[in-house]
Design a protein. Structure first.
Length: 698
């Protein structure tokens, strides 16, 4: 279900431009890491990965800190980003930048990626329609709350207790026009992080440029239905990107058998993003880290060679831990404070001792794959999963994974270890860090609620999206065997490159009927080519290129901002018309979730006290919180039906605050106590709401 509400307030171009400049400036300034002498010792794929991971992770961390303190806002966000870059720039120092050299295959890859990103940016701002699995149910409602200044420690917008770090980032993209016009734009961030992580892992496992070769794997993945539908507002792409980023952060020191001081920070950022992505992110973070520790200890014991570890500095470890918490790990703290357990609603037990109270972690038969198995003794989970994988990924996907077997087989060949021991260790680590956590994740998902393949018609495969990426990475690695490095032959490499780019672009362009990254627009492709040519240009006077890039950036930005404002204005006028029609329409024709807002507005008009902002406190299940938003998205929505302690945080409602409950709940002692607590002991008036919900207020 989609929604198309947009703001009634004005659209000051100054505010929109300030948001745009702050956002773009954040990424451009962070990308200075690509040209820092301190990172020249690393290959291009790692430098790109570090730049993207740092920019995305620092934005997430800054927004989480704001959400936990003064609240997310445009002025606060710009100020926080400015402070970050002053500190960050001071830390990097004033060392002279160095040139970044790209091979022609890498320039082609950059051009295609840039074309997709530019096209995606132009399409994402053309509609306020909220699409994506669970996007309208809790991802965007939480983003609206955060963008309107709600604290991370306020009651949630819905009954869900999951970490939603993606919603915190989405709140920043909600700010320009106080509407979800650009929230899909924010999904470019996890997409880029996923692609950069895939490229780095490919480079580590094969020795070849991930930018040149693995970019086409990422393009092919985003041609598949499940990846495309996860590319609109959802937690699944954030979860997958963070998982693969943490895998990359662990694979690098494993392969080098060396842990440098600079390895702490990216591992902390990736871990934080993963912890904050969703509930399963907590499990997979633990699985990846546990597998890495077991692998390292086993290698140490078998080879009798200790890894080279830089003497750890307390500052490096503390910074990594702080960034981990800020970038997403703070959701564990928030759940602990609000609900008594970091894993709420589940508790924590160690060796039979209760550490945190809560529901026990156990297999569930509530719409789970386990329920499918128990319901039918002949149910074949593996064959059904394969069936739905062909539908949600691609008919050819499972067959294309066959080369992954070559990686495992090659590890049994002594010649592979003799020819390239470093690559062999990298592949062993990739297999272990992919298969062991992946198998454990699948096993956990079988008994988790909402994972039934039959009930979801296969869409629950999105919970195991990192497993699909890991399998695809293993397959891509298998095509580049250690014993025959065919890509070092120019003729074979040229043929393979043309074949890879042709197949990936063909399936990507053919898939654009499904929501997700749009087909590459010819105009933006030409712009991308021009930008790459300017970037690759080496003039005698460096200022010439800088001036040309600046002029192109200003011109492109002006066109994009103008388009943004035009679409927002168009949708705003349409939204106001829709609201007027709903207020005049027969109540029986209006969705039950919309009636509380309309009745609240009618009550305000009747009392002569209109409200510019409203708070709705929901005591019962309410599946469509966005229906409580007027065109300017000025409402705050809080769900407090879980317990009285949470309800007490909002006690003493004003005349612009409302309670949404049910008649059945009001006949219970619990319902009466909650309503009385919220009203501060004053009697509540029945203001309407319809047969499904009851609206109370002053």
């Amino acid at each position: 279900m989609g929604y198309a509400w947009v703001p009634t307030e004005g659209l000051p171009i100054l505010s929109l431009t300030a948001w745009y400049a702050a956002t773009l400036g954040h990424f451009l300034l962070t990308f200075r890491l690509l040209r820092r002498p301190a990172t020249v010792q690393d290959d291009l794929d790692r430098r790109i990965w570090i730049a993207i991971l740092t920019s995305v992770g620092s934005l997430s961390a800054i927004l989480h800190v704001l959400a936990a303190t003064i609240g997310i806002g445009l002025v606060a966000g710009i100020a926080a980003l400015a402070i970050w870059h002053v500190v960050f720039g001071w830390t990097l120092g004033r060392r002279s930048p160095v040139a970044v050299d790209f091979a022609w295959q890498e320039l082609v890859a950059v051009t295609v990626v840039l074309s997709v990103v530019l096209t995606w940016s132009s399409i994402a701002i053309q509609s306020s329609l909220v699409e994506g699995t669970d996007a309208a149910s809790y991802h965007v409602p939480n983003a609206v709350n955060f963008a309107r200044g709600a604290s991370l420690f306020d009651p949630p917008a819905t009954q869900h207790l999951y970490p939603v770090a993606g919603s915190v980032v989405a709140a920043w993209f909600f700010l320009p026009v106080k509407a979800p016009l650009a929230v899909d734009l924010g999904m470019i961030l996890p997409a880029l992080l996923l692609g950069a992580s895939i490229n780095l892992i490919f480079r580590i496992a094969t020795g070849f440029s991930g930018l040149a070769w693995a970019t086409w794997l990422t393009v092919a993945l985003f041609s598949m239905r499940l990846f495309r539908e996860s590319s609109v507002v959802s937690a699944d792409l954030w979860f997958t990107a963070a998982h693969v980023a943490l895998l990359a952060a662990l694979l690098q020191p494993w392969t080098a058998w060396q842990w440098r001081r600079v390895d702490w920070l990216p591992a902390g950022i990736a871990c934080g993003l993963l912890l904050g992505s969703k509930t399963t992110g907590i499990a997979t973070a633990g699985l990846l880290l546990l597998t890495f520790v077991v692998l390292a200890l086993t290698r140490w014991a078998v080879s009798r060679t200790a890894p080279a570890i830089d003497r750890p500095r307390l500052g490096s470890i503390a910074l990594a831990a702080a960034v981990c918490i800020a970038a997403g790990g703070i959701w564990l703290v928030r759940n602990w404070i609000l609900f008594g357990s970091p894993l709420a609603p589940n508790g924590v037990k160690l060796f039979g001792v209760t550490v945190f109270d809560g529901e026990p972690v156990q297999a569930s038969t509530h719409l789970s794959a386990l329920a499918d198995i128990q319901r039918d003794a002949s149910y074949d989970l593996a064959s059904r999963a394969a069936h739905f994988a062909r539908l949600w990924f691609a008919p050819w996907f499972l067959t294309a994974l066959t080369p992954a077997v070559f990686v495992a087989v090659e590890l049994l060949i002594p010649a592979a270890w003799q020819r390239a021991r470093g690559l062999a260790w990298a592949r062993l680590g990739l297999v272990a860090l992919s298969v062991l956590p992946g198998a454990a994740l699948v096993w956990l998902l079988i008994g988790a609620p909402w994972t039934s393949l039959e009930w979801t018609r296969g869409s629950s495969l999105r919970y195991a999206l990192p497993v699909a990426v890991s399998a695809a990475l293993l397959a891509a690695t298998g095509l580049f065997p250690v014993v025959w490095q065919w890509a070092r032959d120019r003729s074979l490499a040229a043929f393979g490159f043309v074949l890879a780019i042709s197949l990936s672009l063909w399936v990507f362009i053919a898939s654009t009927a499904v929501p997700g990254p749009p087909r590459i627009d010819l105009v933006w492709a030409v712009v991308a080519v021009g930008l790459v040519l300017v970037l690759a240009w080496r003039p005698r006077i460096a200022r010439q290129r800088t001036l040309l890039l600046t002029l192109l950036l200003i011109a492109g930005s002006a066109l994009w901002l103008n388009s943004f404002e035009q679409h927002a204005t168009r949708d705003r006028l349409r939204a106001e018309e829709v609201l007027a029609e709903q207020l005049a329409a027969n109540r029986t024709t209006i969705d039950q979730h919309r009636l509380p807002l309309l009745d609240a507005m009618r009550a305000e008009t009747a009392s002569g006290r209109p409200c510019s902002r409203r708070r709705f406190v929901v005591l019962t299940r309410f599946d469509l919180p966005l229906e409580l938003q007027p065109p300017d998205f000025s409402s705050l929505v809080f769900y407090t039906g879980r317990d009285l302690a949470l309800t007490s945080r909002l006690a003493g409602l004003s005349h612009c605050d409302y309670i949404i409950t049910t008649e059945a709940l009001l006949r219970t002692q619990r319902g009466i106590a909650m309503a009385s607590m919220l009203m501060g002991g004053r009697p509540a008036q029945h203001l309407g709401g319809g047969p499904a919900f009851t609206l109370l207020g002053r």
